[in-house]
Design a protein around this ligand. Sequence first.
Ligand code: NDP
Length: 341
Amino acid sequence: MRFAYVNLNGDGKLKDGTIVKAIRVHAPGGPDALRYEDVERPAPRPGQALVKIEAAGVNFIDVYQRTGRYPVATPFTPGQEGAGVVAALGAGVTDLTVGARVAYTNVMGAYAEYAVVPADRLVALPDGVTTKQAAAATLQGMTAHYLAKTTYSLKSGDSCLVHAAAGGVGLLLCQIAKLQGARVFGTVSTREKAALAHDAGAAEVILYTEQDFEAEVKRLTNGTGVDVVYDSVGKTTFEKGLNCLKRRGLMALFGQSSGPVGPFDPQVLNAKGSLFLTRPTLGDYIATRAELVQRAGDVLGWITSGTLKVRIERELPLAQAAEAHRLLEGRHTTGKVLLIP
Ligand code: NDP
């Protein structure tokens, strides 16, 4: 196999068999299942690039995969989102250069110093976007983008309810929904989070740990309800969320941070006003290279212009991945948590 190498070691070559650091999961479990270990640096196969990771995004899906809720064959290196510099190219990759700054998502293995990534999943970063910003906004930013622009194309006059509005996806979704012209309602668990959601564009913020959010949404909309509910919380919010919808409104259930929603009878959609229900996932909204580039281009462009603010709340060393998971699962985070190799 043939590789083009960047001069990372000062001698013009990356050496085969070099030992680097990565987080490994050998069996599903709690945060301590995330082990900081020595691994051999991977080499890119044809069509792949080796990325020297400068920042890895921490996402709730990493928790589901670590615990086994979303089964993954072990051992594995978690992490679905990274940004860094192209360190080497596998055969046949012609549209990338060693040294290019890139970001990616939906490829496992970002909790590491190096990751191999299919070249056609990499997005080049504009000068105005740092690798940390990219690692903070590639997965969650494109999720917010597809939810607000494609799953339900919000427009002026529409209204939406965003649960966990101060979370990673939440803060970005509030901003993009407002950008689309919608009136945004957000739910959060604390006053500190309420202030952040408000700053991100939520016109009304409901403390769903203290207030009945269904009653509040009905009150704030004069009993009409909203056009769309973006629900990433799942178990504790789903049923009441359906009651917050207008006739023929859309429930976009895109996560389950409080636990999975149980079996569902479609007749409920009829009884509650000919509602629509979708359970979307990012992979289906960036399946083609064209859609990936277009969505990422919008998000990165908004960051460059200052239209979209990315809140990086915490940066932890890669070795502290377990602590990052504890914080995320414990509802202690707002915006983004990054791991820095
Ligand atoms: P967040 O930063 O939003 O963190 C999760 C938040 O959920 C918490 O901060 C908390 O906010 C809220 N929450 C409510 N109940 C609980 C609970 N019992 N335990 C933990 N958290 C709870 O995470 P992400 O932005 O990374 O992800 C949000 C959700 O979106 C996840 O479910 C994730 O899987 C999903 N997702 C789905 C995608 C898709 O394409 N389908 C893509 C990206 C993310 P508060 O304290 O305010 O209640």
